[in-house]
Design a binder for this molecule. Structure first.
Ligand SMILES: [Zn+2]
Length: 59
């Protein structure tokens, strides 16, 4: 049974099934993450929360 890489349709590699290699595996993972998490990262949220928690001394 020959499985084809869902990214580039090349024969899948046993070590990276169902992908043909690590490159396509990473690409699929990144694509999956990109669809699930559109926000740049949690660092910005932490920064914003910290700013909201602190009282505005300069106001
Ligand atoms: Zn591939």
């Amino acid at each position: 049974m020959t499985q084809l890489c869902p990214i580039c349709a090349a024969p899948a590699h046993p070590d990276h099934a169902p992908f043909c290699g690590r490159g396509c595996k990473d690409r699929d993972l990144l694509r999956w993450l990109g669809e699930g998490y559109r926000l740049p990262g949690p660092a910005i949220d932490d920064e914003m929360q910290e700013g909201l928690d602190k009282p505005r001394d300069t106001a």
